[in-house]
Design a protein around this ligand. Structure first.
Ligand code: GLY
Length: 355
């Protein structure tokens, strides 16, 4: 009887996991322009001197240079002051060391600076202007991250009274006015208090490259790079540089990369959760779905995407609020494939599309 149950469970596992195309293997959030990153990382692993960490860095740097869909690298997701700041992290699945930069200013190469944090310090994260100083002292070049297109976008946003934005419980009313804003007491009976609440203050845009690589010998690494959320409050840091949220890898088990509403997602460490789910015996898809559902139980409207791979390259994904895609290439594949992942909550997606 027990044997029957075990065999049935194993069969269910096989059905719900996408088989591995073999090693080396690279997988990352999103298709379209993000597949250039998959190809760059995968092809780099054909050279036996390229490590799994190198491949993740090469893949994410490709997206930073190409700006992918505008959500990675310079010139995207300006904050209220029209400045682009970058978040990135990189993690070694063997040593479990991770390096990250948060709110990096005036340096384009965020994933490379995260790698420098990993390699040249015993810290995990550097932030803001002082992360910029660290980068410059390590030979990175400072430059303006804004573009003429970005400046025009910011001018139009200001024309539209700074809509949308992420302010809430402030005066003047953030749904109709630009700042400067002042916080109102939640117990206030002051006139205007109710009008000042901005319940729709959720992310207007947020995509990210999160990548996992496995070299030909099975060594794993993971990383994330993003310019965060458009019209964020200056100083805002998202999920990207948070170990276990933006991405996570344990070479004995597997890896995970995330994209989506970082302000919500970072509260749940979904990639840490997904890798621990793998350790407990879930398939990659089950592990991803469980991590997404944990978020949705508290925040049902969250836009999220999680891609998960086992240490062998079996993979799966889950998302909410949009149709998430991920890209992978491994073994003898001649081209990257893109997998479409319908949302686990299609009703929520329908509501968002009507909005
Ligand atoms: N997932 C990117 C961000 O929210 O910053």
């Amino acid at each position: 009887m027990t044997r029957v149950v075990v065999i049935a469970s194993l069969l269910a596992l096989r059905v719900s996991a996408q088989g591995s195309p073999g090693l080396p293997f690279v997988i990352n959030t999103w298709g379209g322009p993000f597949t250039a990153a998959t190809d760059a990382a995968f092809l780099s692993l054909k050279n036996p001197t390229t490590s799994a960490l190198d491949a993740v860095q090469i893949g994410c740097a490709t997206c930073e240079k190409n700006q992918c869909d505008g959500s990675v690298g310079y010139g995207g997701s300006p904050d209220e002051n029209c400045e682009t700041t970058l978040d990135a992290m990189i993690m070694d699945g063997t040593t479990m060391k991770s390096g990250s930069v948060a709110g990096l200013r005036r340096i384009r190469d965020a994933i490379a600076v995260a790698r420098a944090v990993l390699e040249y310090t015993t810290h995990t994260m550097l932030a803001g202007d002082l992360a910029t100083q660290f980068a410059i002292s390590n030979g990175f070049r400072a430059s303006n991250l804004s573009t003429p297109e970005q400046e025009a976008r910011c001018a139009a946003w200001r024309e539209e009274n700074c809509q949308p934005n992420y302010r809430t419980n402030v005066f003047p009313d953030p749904k109709t006015s630009c700042g400067p804003y002042t916080g109102v007491s939640l117990n206030s009976s002051a006139p205007g208090y109710k009008k000042a609440i901005n319940p729709d203050a959720t992310q207007a845009s947020h995509d990210t490259i999160s990548m996992i690589s496995i070299d030909a010998s099975g060594v794993m690494a993971a990383g994330t790079s993003t310019n965060g959320a458009t019209w964020k409050v200056p100083g805002r840091v998202g999920d990207g540089p948070i170990t276990g949220s933006g991405s996570y890898v344990d070479g004995e088990v597997g890896g995970c990369g995330a994209t989506g509403d970082g302000d919500i997602m970072m509260r749940f460490l979904p990639c840490y959760q997904a890798v621990e789910n793998l350790r407990l015996g879930m398939s990659p898809k089950e592990a991803a779905e469980d991590a997404v559902k944990r978020i949705l139980r508290k925040f049902p409207q969250t836009a999220s995407g999680i891609v998960v791979t086992s240490a062998k390259g079996e993979h799966g994904g889950a998302g909410s609020g949009w149709t998430f895609t991920y890209a992978f290439r491994g073994g003898n594949m001649n081209a990257t494939e893109v997998v479409r992942v319908p949302p686990v909550n299609p009703v929520v997606e329908a509501i968002r599309m009507q909005a």
